[in-house]
Design a protein around this ligand. Structure first.
Ligand SMILES: C[S@@+](CC[C@H](N)C(=O)[O-])C[C@H]1O[C@@H](n2cnc3c(N)ncnc32)[C@H](O)[C@@H]1O
Length: 174
């Protein structure tokens, strides 16, 4: 599942890497249309047949089961939002006081065994208590950050980590 698919970057990568099926979810219908168009344009109709679009909020994730949920959540701490141009602010809102509120929301509602999320290193994800999820960092990259981050990353770049959260296996059904 690509939760918050936007224009479909993660969806395209997963389908191209051979995912059997991808559910692309976003609460913005225009994002779903963009994702469908990008999959067809970039990968063709065979890949489009392996894609399901789902217009829903992250608070509605629970009924949907998947092997892995990937998310690149909004993560600007609220204090940084005034520096985001007003017409783009809605795209970056949701991080809350510490930047981790959107990630917490996904973890609170996801039914998948694994969640993989990006998180800027400055956000101190390591201090999160994501119980019942176990967490480990699986990748990192040094990337440029847009100017709205300048009060915490004055050099204009920083590390983005990918964290994997996994749930203990549920007991076998009788
Ligand atoms: C930072 S963008 C990431 C887009 C894409 N996954 C990528 O990596 O390029 C976050 C996406 O999450 C979606 N989103 C934010 N809050 C959401 C929520 N509560 N429920 C569903 N989608 C949400 C936004 O509409 C946006 O498309």
């Amino acid at each position: 599942m690509d939760a918050g698919c936007g224009a479909g970057l993660v969806t395209v990568a997963a389908l191209e890497a051979g995912a059997h099926h991808v559910i692309s979810q976003d609460y913005d219908g225009a994002a779903l249309s963009d994702t469908a168009r990008n999959v067809t344009d970039l990968l063709g109709s065979e890949a489009r047949n392996r894609l399901t679009l789902w217009e829903a909020d992250w608070s509605q994730l629970a009924p949907m089961h998947a092997d892995v949920l990937a998310v690149n959540p909004p993560q600007r701490p609220a204090a940084l939002l005034p520096d985001v141009p007003e017409d783009e602010r809605h795209l970056h809102d949701g991080g809350g006081v510490d930047g981790l509120a959107a990630l917490r929301m996904v973890l609170a509602h996801a039914s998948t065994a694994r969640v993989r999320s990006t998180a800027a290193e400055v956000l101190n994800v390591a201090a999160m208590d994501p119980s019942p999820w176990a967490m480990r960092k699986i990748a990192s990259a040094e990337l440029p950050f847009d100017p709205a981050w300048r009060s915490v990353l004055p050099q204009g770049q920083g590390t983005v980590d990918v964290w994997e959260f996994s749930q203990p296996a549920s007991p076998a059904r009788p």
